[in-house]
Design a protein around this ligand. Structure first.
Ligand code: SF4
Length: 186
């Protein structure tokens, strides 16, 4: 890896946080979660032309137990939302989520009752990727930005943010529905 040239004395001073960040970002394993047309671009990113293996991420796993990155590629239907959540819950900590494309980020053109209006209603999202569909280069850009975030994160900070987000989501769900007559009287 060229470490011998960079460390001629064989000594490296760093922190546990920096080492943990380096290890985590260098071996992110994505869980396969292609839902619609965006998934074609995600699959293309894994092929030899774009070669996501350059970033240590060639292992797209069918099991969430060995994955720490979920790339939600495509629109999420209401029926699929509990499945997505279950897969997310089965991934070990720490874990990250990329919402790939406008459909996963906000529902996109599918502004209707059948589609979740943004996957952040179901799981915490770390990166939102615009485009319909985003090209593999855009996915790589999001991945590299996520790598930077992971490298510089304090130990435990990610989990703390996740818990706060979960609590916020729970409170949002429990908000009492507004009475239509009250709304009309405003
Ligand atoms: S953003 Fe566009 S390409 Fe991606 S799932 Fe939605 S419609 Fe398909």
């Amino acid at each position: 890896m060229g470490l011998e040239e960079k460390l001629p004395s064989g000594i490296m001073l760093t922190t546990v946080e920096q080492i943990a960040g380096l290890v985590r970002k260098s071996s992110m394993w994505p869980a396969t979660f292609g839902l619609a047309c965006c998934a074609i671009e995600m699959m293309s990113a894994g092929g030899p032309h774009y070669d996501i293996a350059r970033y240590g991420m060639e292992k797209f796993g069918a099991t969430p137990r060995q994955a720490d990155l979920m790339v939600v590629a495509g629109r999420v239907s209401q029926k699929m939302a509990p499945v997505l959540r279950q897969i997310y819950d089965q991934m070990p900590e720490p874990k990250w989520v990329i919402a790939m494309g406008v459909c996963a980020s906000s529902g996109g053109m599918f502004n209707n009752y059948a589609i979740v209006q943004g996957v952040d209603h179901v799981v915490p999202v770390d990166m939102y990727l615009p485009g319909c569909p985003p090209r593999p280069e855009m996915l790589f850009d999001a991945v590299l930005k996520l790598h930077d975030k992971v490298q510089n994160e304090k130990l435990g900070a990610h989990r703390k943010a996740e818990i706060e987000e979960e609590e916020e989501r729970r409170l949002r769900r429990e908000l009492p529905l507004l009475n239509p007559s009250e709304v009309a009287g405003r």
